[in-house]
Unconditional design. Sequence first.
Length: 674
Amino acid sequence: YKLWLQYHPVEDAALKKHYTSQNAAISVDHNTPTGSVIREELNTALEAMLELQPNFTSPDKASLLILKQAALPEELQKQLPSNAVQDEEGFTIASLNYTGKPVILITSQTDAGLLYGVFRYLNLLQLHTDTSQLSVTDSPKIKKRILNHWDNLDRTVERGYAGFSIWDWHLLPHLIKEEYIDYARANASVGINGTVLNNVNASAYILQDTYLDKVKALADTFRPYGIQVYLTARFSAPIEIGGLKTADPLNEEVRTWWKEKANAIYKKIPDFGGFLIKANSEGQPGPNNYGRSHVEGANMLAEALEPHNGIVMWRAFVYSDEKPEDRAKQAYSEFVPFDGKFKKNVLVQVKNGPIDFQPREPFHPLFGAMPETPLMMEFQITQEYLGGMSHLVFLPKMYEETLQEDTYARGEGSIVAKVIDGSLNTKKLTGIAGVANIGTARNWTGHPFAQANWYGFGRLAWDPYLKSETIAREWLGMTFTTTPEFIDTMTPLLLNSREAVVNYMTPLGLHHIMAEGHHQGPGPWVKDLGREDWTSVYYHKADRMGIGFDRTSTGSNALAQYAEEIENTYKNKRTIPEDYLLWFHHVAWDYEMKNGQSLWYTLARKYQDGVEDVAQMKKTWNAMQDYVSPAVYEKTRMLLDIQYEEAQWWRNSCLLYFQQLSQMKMPPFIPKAP
Ligand code: GCW
């Protein structure tokens, strides 16, 4: 339940003594809501780690000073490190001298920055860092760091695998559950500063007054933690709850309705963040229903929010209901013509890849193709296509891969992270969203290791250049133990877990071959659905001759949506990274791969590798019993057993299915069915 804020006791006597003397007397202005949150957190953490009840006192008597920059005495101001860049939410933690004695100073321009500084400081203590010469200056590289809850008002969660929604709408606004506070603490501890409370497949009711009072109660709870609340707005709300006949964005009555709705929201929640919208996608209503464009729809809402500093996050996850030429191409085709036409407070929110949160996708070609528009990244933290509740997959490794991919939009080095943080095209409004994996499960996320994905998303939202290895080490250290044997063994397990799932589900660029609807387990045989682009055969295109989706110029030419540098490398089977081979090419079963073996053989080898990787994960975990609680040990062990079973199920099903087409022999390393 405590996530990475375990605050395990510091066992080492010398370290404990050192930390105790540094934290015994603290100066913090607790007359602000955030100040009292900071004081609370310090009390909790220091008591748990050091059995210390700190004395809160004036700056001249304190050894730990937590002060806003504006309140800094000159003596401290002068000693600040020269790189103390003080972006609004940024902070500096520094070992300095004050009134003749050594002190640690945590300073920032804002309350939120102070809180982030304190959490970072506590993280350092949790990781047993030497704090005698601290000089840490950090600020978030992305402005809007937001969780997207796909939570429905009946408390079911779309693609949620951790129980029901934590928002207890029936008892709100009156009951503020402890979970809400702990949720806010956890988010603030990694710098997440926004949350969209309801599903993108939205009910309009959330915009009714009764619900807005409940939303307000949550917003009031989260405010001291620097977290803004946002809502998904259903485009047809003016009809459904407003009594209008249309939701046409050019209709004056509709425009007025949204303005009044925005005014009403801001009256209750002055710092309301804005709206997220899924429009004209998978049956959701949108401007296209009235022959209007995404720009007309988004700008109407933007206009309503503008006077209040609210933003619109307009999703680019669109694909038409008609027979698609190639689903992967559609968002780009629809949105690129709108570049530069959105109002200033609109962000276009783009999934990491062009299809849909697959175990591996090339980056979405929109990144790099809309220089005049702020593009927001949407990652999925909940594991819809990655084993749901039962598979251990460390997603920061996957996020890192996308963030590091080069779009070549402004020459070499134009990586996706630079698009998102605004540095490539000098954007001030920047954002990143993660589809939450949080629910009523006792440990929040169901799988104990899924907590790492929430943590990792937050860390990368703060700094998209962080290494996934750093994140793994931090998370393991704070959640379990700082013992090097444990961290050194478990870090590679986490980092390899992503490749394992790619191997046993969709190796070599395969994608969307999951079972129909729920997406759990294999289903390469899925065909004849209402929509062709929901079937598996549409994506793998396996036949007697070969397998893969030709997206080069002889096929759908989706490849042309990428920069020339990428196109030139990827259009050739010999030069494309093999990880993406079947994403972009239809390849003969007997095609010779870089390893000198046939494609069929290599595919089988990958599936087998995936299974063997999970076997190795099991083995590694079995040796970790001494480092974690019996409950976590047992639960993870049993889940790994399930994962191992399911990895074999994936391998067996996919290979048997594809073998019917390839009609090639199963390579010797594939175990015979019993
Ligand atoms: O992949 C699909 C999911 C839907 C989801 C949609 C989206 C919220 O299967 O459950 O709907 O993506 O991102 O809008």
